[in-house]
Design a protein around this ligand. Sequence first.
Ligand code: FNR
Length: 376
Amino acid sequence: MIVSSTSDYRKAAQRRLPRFLFDYVDGGANAEDTLRANVADLRAVNLRQRVLKNVSDLSLATEWFGQHSELPVILAPVGLSGMLARRGEVQLAHAAAKRGVPYTVSTLSICSLEEVASQSPRPLWFQLYVLKDRGFMQSMLERAQCAGVEVLVFTVDLPVHGSRYRDAHSGLSGPFARQRRILQALTKPGWAFDVGIRGRPHELGNISKYLGQATGLQDYIGWLGRNIDPSIAWTDLEWIRDFWKGPLILKGILDPEDARYAVRFGADGLVVSNHGGRQLDGALSTAKALPPIADAVGNELEIFVDSGVRSGLDVVRMLALGAKGVLLGRAAAYALAAAGQAGVDNMLEIFAKEMRVAMTLTGVSSVDQIDRRILA
Ligand code: FNR
């Protein structure tokens, strides 16, 4: 099979994964309107073609918080990545390190932060959720420090789990979920052998380590439901800012007013994100939400964005709309599921190539030259 785009990897992931896992990655909240709008609104952003600008000396490198990155992209936190490919988080970390971009380990990863960090991939970021068990949060922050995590990504848009109907239909949750998952796995022998058998243990590595007991996939939705915290408010978070001395990014900001709160809170960056359309269906796409947020606080902290990015061209569009860095969620997840680290290596190469083409044809030779002037 010839793989030349995210959509090829999506199809390959669908062929390889049991249905409950493909739908877990691919799906969004409710009617999935925001999921679709993320992609459609970004694709509708027109770029200004320029010619004869001599862009032979082109660089895709950038810097955040004094850290160099070879591309203006970061691999986003994706829970349960270790179910998509054998020890998937470790493979993602290797791919990111090889291409010189950061990888963000999720709180809800299969491999623990320590398992990933022991492979010494750099740069390593860690994503933390707001959870009821503040002891867990405190201990995770300490573990992140010990593991040499450079940047803390604090996800704030999950005070409640989004209504993801596909998960109930496919067997990630709902009646007879376990039996349905086993039946689906039997129809995907490649995945069943490589991940289902050789990829064990399938625990939530970070949480098992904290609880001192195994936590399986069946515990995932239950644990999340019991532990996400709708009572959280800005003032409850101050201890985290006090504790974490390194760069801290708030992920899940969609409104300029919240962006101003993020500045007051002392965040070093924020991610304009609707969680890939997995939380509030009907929320603005990030292509629409980003420009007013960049206008409001772009001079005060580093602006990142995600949701709907499927190509290097999309990365250039997001930079033109005001972002300084772009997180890749599903694009990396599909590639990982389809072909492991090699898939993610290739996906990053495809993105880099597409960025180069887009930059050449819009007449810019470096990432910091990309701004609204290249929008048509
Ligand atoms: C996510 N996302 C996510 N975010 C986070 O902060 N912690 C997490 O554990 C997860 N888990 C997760 C699982 C899966 C399967 C997906 C698709 C997404 C959200 C993710 O970091 C990112 O915000 C979105 O994926 C961006 O949208 P796109 O690029 O997938 O459209």
